[in-house]
Write a protein of this length. Sequence first.
Length: 143
Amino acid sequence: MLGKLAKWLRVLGQDVIYGQHLTGYGLIRAARAEERLILTRDRRLKQKQPPPFILIDSDRYREQVRQVIETCQLEVAGAIFSRCIECNASLQPRVKESVERLVPSYVFAAQERFSWCPDCQKVYWPATHHQRMLEELKKMGVS
């Protein structure tokens, strides 16, 4: 329901868990166990006596991101691109030579900075997709 919001919050460096296993009472149990805030569009959730939650108003992800930033008063400037957008782990910087076998040769030749996810082992680098994401954040009013 809020997968795109979860992705963009991770881009902003926020610790966000998301998945199909997090529905109904499973979501409530996970939020209580990990002391997390629930983000939901499910208006019936409040009937289940959940821990703190934010009812997301819009079905448009840009508006959702703005709502969460404003409601939670998030400071995102220094944390952008610090989390894996796939699995949520904190990214670690990697020396260029350590990723030579993990990235396409043209990427290795063209890029100098790399980050690596220790959990899912995805490698990240600041290429055109990075710039497009920054432009999208500007459209959202996040800089």
